[in-house]
Design a protein around this ligand. Structure first.
Ligand code: ADE
Length: 254
């Protein structure tokens, strides 16, 4: 997957060299390209923002500079010798006023060959930028949670990691993706239950006996009960979203 990130803080993305994402890049599974937005300004101060129309606090990112930057990144993909001339990136604009970024959206993005991130600083990007690219690139405004960050860069790190770990060959054990909290299938709308490793007793705390039993059927049942209990306790609103088809006949007792 190719990932382009245009930002006034490209250095913010150094963590993408570390751990799983770093390995995915080394192996060529993730091709991450960072761009300095200010490279597309034309004034000596390299200005990327201006005061908002209608007044109010803060500054808004200028459409012209974003337009030139996005056009250049699109053109770089199209001129590559191996490029499919029809290929365009899916554009992702992180903002607290976007649609929620969920595991389902991560799975959707993981199918894309090319993502282009446009993280904003200040009060956001002039809305005409998403309007301009919306239909052409399927531009998506997404929020990683109901809180406000100082800028979209941290949100891009979150999204790239959530999507990157889903790409084939990134995780050692493909099953761990299926067992994740929120994974479609058995774990849809459920939180993963507790996990344990050796020793069997630590500071007086014992590992639940069933996990030592070697009985796969009982272990699977126990894990599902724990996931249901934990979800009911910590995220009761998720339980309401479970349909009849998501429950098996043993679930109803929990
Ligand atoms: N930028 C600032 N806050 C954000 C959030 N919660 N999600 C995505 N982008 C943001």
């Amino acid at each position: 997957m190719r990932v382009d990130i245009i930002s006034i803080f490209p250095e913010y993305f150094a963590p993408l060299d570390v751990s799983l994402m770093g390995k995915a890049r080394e192996r060529g599974i993730l091709d991450i390209r960072l761009h300095q937005l200010r490279d597309w300004t034309h004034d000596v101060h390299k200005t990327v923002d201006d005061t908002p129309y209608g007044g109010g606090p803060g500054m808004v990112m200028k459409p012209e500079v974003w337009g030139e930057a996005v056009d250049a990144v699109i053109a770089s993909g199209r001129s590559a010798p191996d490029a499919d001339s029809r290929a365009l990136p899916r554009m992702v604009v992180p903002t607290p006023s976007g649609r929620p970024f969920t595991q389902e959206v991560a799975l959707e993005y993981a199918k894309e060959p090319w993502l282009l991130f446009a993280p904003a600083r200040y009060e956001g990007i002039d809305s005409r930028v998403v309007a301009e690219y919306g239909s052409r690139l399927r531009a998506d405004e997404v929020s990683i949670g109901d809180y406000v960050l100082a800028g979209g860069e941290a949100a891009v790190l979150v999204i790239v990691e959530a999507v990157g770990r889903l790409l084939p060959g990134v995780l050692g054990n493909a099953r761990s993706v299926a067992d994740d909290s929120f994974a479609p299938g058995a774990m849809a709308n459920l939180l993963e239950g507790p996990v344990y490793t050796k020793p069997p007793v630590w500071r007086g705390h014992e590992v639940p006996e069933v996990l030592l039993s070697g009985h796969h059927g009982r272990i699977a049942r126990w894990r599902r009960d724990q996931a249901l209990r934990r979800t009911l306790e910590k995220r009761p609103e998720l339980i309401d979203r479970l349909g009849r088809e998501d429950l098996d006949k043993h679930d109803r007792r929990v």
